[in-house]
Design a protein around this ligand. Structure first.
Ligand SMILES: NC(=O)c1ccc[n+]([C@@H]2O[C@H](COP(=O)([O-])OP(=O)(O)OC[C@H]3O[C@@H](n4cnc5c(N)ncnc54)[C@H](O)[C@@H]3O)[C@@H](O)[C@H]2O)c1
Length: 327
């Protein structure tokens, strides 16, 4: 008799990072069961396992899915993640990301699913007081989005302490790039991320110049510096996190970044080198809540998870360009 493939619940599996994760899970011999309300995700992005349309804010939806499949672990990507919107509408973020996570924790506990990998973010740190940022840096979020992720992490901690949940919180820096086969990629609407916006503007001159926010930051060229991590490297880290929980109780936190910062101007220059000099750009005022520099120390993930990112910025840009040319 053959052993059935492990089923993994992927909340937010129709989204950008979640869909890459589903492909990676399927390649590892698992069945990714996507749970998604399709608010920002896409039905067409769910290609490697079943799609269950449902909402984290409707606990009955979650219970039904957990009853239908023999789920062994959950990956939680589903969230609202627009920083500006979170400042205008904090209630949406606290309900969606904090109550939503609480509902997932309760449904998992009732179903006896006691392993969780949670998509957290560098936004929990707020304005960095040291660079690169490691996991001991204080969490001082400066917007409701970062706060909602921090509160969700604290809920997870309480469930680990009281109920024996095992959990890994992965704090991503800037996710970017696309699947090597261009089967899935970044398709947010509205898009607030730099790389897809540069590429969209390069491929469609009618879209107008790409907007760059602020050139007066205390950085070498005045534009913001970020740590870009390939979405496939993120997916690999989740797989390692699932294995890590076999041997480790409680909640564990890991930063995921390459540890190398690139300024907005440097990213634009590398893109232009790939796109025959396009796109044109224009400088706009700083966006509220954008720290000058965000660069990760991912030493803990290297040591504890055995994780090593394989892609650099050139590979991120080339894969994203292929995806946008095909999409
Ligand atoms: N993209 C980045 O650079 C980045 C950086 C740090 C952290 N993160 C976090 O990683 C996760 C995934 O990010 P992404 O860029 O793939 O986002 P995304 O918007 O592409 O994916 C999120 C998915 O969750 C679904 N969803 C949202 N609310 C839901 C709800 N209440 N019930 C069910 N499904 C719901 C959406 O429809 C979507 O498919 C998010 O939690 C985000 O906060 C992303």
């Amino acid at each position: 008799m053959t052993t059935p493939a492990p089923h993994v619940l992927v909340c937010g599996g129709a989204g950008y990072i979640g869909s890459h994760m589903c492909k990676r899970l399927a390649r590892a011999g698992c069945v990714p069961v996507t749970f998604d309300n399709l608010s920002t995700g896409h039905r067409a992005a769910v290609q490697w396992g079943p799609l269950e349309v449902g909402d984290l804010l409707r606990p009955g939806d979650l219970r039904a899915v957990l009853a239908r499949y023999p789920i062994t672990a959950a990956l939680h990507f589903a969230a609202r993640s627009l920083v500006g919107e979170s400042v205008r509408e904090p209630a949406l973020y606290l309900r969606g990301n904090v109550t939503g996570t609480l509902n997932l924790l309760d449904a998992m506990r009732s179903a006896g699913v006691m392993r969780l990998v949670f998509s957290s973010t560098a936004a929990v740190y707020g304005n960095p007081i040291t660079t690169p940022i490691d996991e001991t840096h204080p969490a001082q979020p400066i917007n409701p989005y970062g706060l909602s992720k921090w509160l969700a992490e604290q809920q997870i901690q309480a469930y680990c302490d009281a109920y024996g949940l095992r959990a890994v919180c992965l704090r991503y820096f800037n996710a970017a790039g696309a699947d090597a086969d261009a089967e899935t990629g970044e398709a947010h609407e509205p898009e607030t991320h730099l790389i897809p916006n540069i590429i969209r503007a390069a491929l469609d001159p009618a879209a107008g110049p790409v907007k760059l926010f602020g050139d007066d930051y205390p950085t070498p060229d005045g534009t913001c510096v970020r740590d870009y991590i390939h979405v496939e490297d993120l997916a690999e880290a989740h797989l390692l996190a699932l294995r890590y929980m076999d041997a480790h109780e409680g909640r564990h936190v890991f930063n995921l970044g390459v540890g190398q910062g690139y300024s907005v101007a440097q990213v634009l220059a590398q893109c232009r080198a790939l796109c025959d000099g396009a796109p044109a750009s224009e400088i706009h005022p700083r966006r509220a809540g954008d720290p000058a520099t965000l660069v990760a120390s991912a030493a803990r993930a290297h040591q504890e998870l055995g994780w090593q990112p394989r892609h650099d910025l050139a590979s991120i840009l080339a894969s994203a360009l292929r995806w946008h040319q095909r999409a």
